[in-house]
Design a protein around this ligand. Structure first.
Ligand code: B12
Length: 248
């Protein structure tokens, strides 16, 4: 395959063809004019060979579109940088053994979903015994003591509980992203910690479908985890962070 990393383009039908798929909704009824409007919109974004594959009514007075179009502008992949968590892959048993031997006590974690966000499945996937994707959750490890506060927890209440539990780490889950509420809620937790002089007190981990490790680090968290995260990834990170702290 002839891939030019200095002009990396999307793959649709054939390598380097630049084809991408859009899906979006316009607040208008489906009609030939609506279809044309969707195509014009995508063209106005600089795409070529625009094909409206689907347009259908959503509720009333909304039209959902699936559009294919071709991009000509690629990206120089050789210049792309993104911090990544490079963790030694350890099994549940290895992690548990190392925590009890090297840290010398269970790692205490308090997790919550803050703000108005009521989505608990992601945090539960990491913390609950049954875990996620065949990977057991932190509660099942002898090396973790877990408090899962669930959803809609005010940031101050989360901090109070973390202090009460003498937590080593706070696990924040942010799922809803409308109007960037995940970012404001992440910032709120950091601000409240700062206001109480606690910004260095806990290992701060955040997770959610629109969270990236890069964005988490830039904001002041120690790590960011996204879709597909397994409990052992988080366990591994917390173990390494605790051992790092001990070295300092
Ligand atoms: C289930 C669900 C609900 C359930 C939640 C039940 C519950 N107890 O959690 C209910 C029905 C209550 C619900 C309500 C709403 N929902 Co909802 N919901 C979903 C749905 C279908 C699945 C989410 C889920 O469980 N994913 C599975 C888990 C395992 O994945 P995950 O959350 O990404 O978690 C993984 C990682 O992100 C990461 N992770 C997550 N948290 C953490 C934390 C830490 C510390 C770490 C390390 C990792 C980590 O690890 C996890 C495992 O890999 C999604 C659509 C979707 N397919 O994602 C919509 C979705 C999230 N909901 C959405 C919306 C809009 C709503 C409502 C606003 C709808 C409404 N108008 O009422 C309300 C909001 C209620 C509220 N106050 O929050 C939107 C959000 C859009 C956006 N841009 O924010 C979505 C994307 C649907 C959509 N496409 O519109 N929802």
């Amino acid at each position: 395959m002839n891939i030019d990393e200095r002009n990396l383009l999307p793959y649709g039908d054939t390598t380097n063809d630049g084809y991408v798929q859009f899906s979006f909704t316009l607040p208008i009824e489906p009609s030939p004019r609506a279809r044309e409007a969707a195509a014009m919109l995508v063209r106005s974004w600089g795409f070529h060979d625009v094909r409206v594959a689907q347009h259908s009514l959503v509720g009333s007075n909304y039209c959902f579109f699936v559009v294919f179009a071709r991009a000509e502008k690629g990206i120089d992949f050789t210049r792309v940088e993104a911090p990544a968590l490079t963790l030694e892959k350890r099994s549940y048993k290895e992690i548990d053994k190392s925590i009890l031997k090297d840290v010398g006590r269970p790692i205490r974690v308090v997790g919550a979903c803050t703000g108005f966000d009521a989505h608990t499945v992601g945090l539960d996937a990491i913390m609950n015994m049954k875990g996620f994707d065949g990977d057991i959750g932190l509660e099942r490890y002898r090396g973790f003591r877990c408090v899962n506060m669930g959803s809609q927890v005010p940031a101050d209440v989360l901090i109070d509980r973390a202090l009460k539990e003498k937590a080593d780490a706070i696990l924040l889950s942010k799922i809803i992203t409308q109007k960037d509420i995940h970012i404001s809620d992440m910032r709120e937790l950091l601000d409240k910690l700062r206001a109480r002089g606690l910004e260095k007190r806990f290992i701060l981990v955040v997770g959610g479908p629109r969270v990236t490790h890069k964005m988490a680090l830039e904001m002041g968290f120690d790590a960011g985890f996204t879709i597909g995260t397994r409990p052992s990834d988080v366990a591994n990170f917390l173990l390494e962070k605790m051992l790092d702290k001990d070295k300092k």
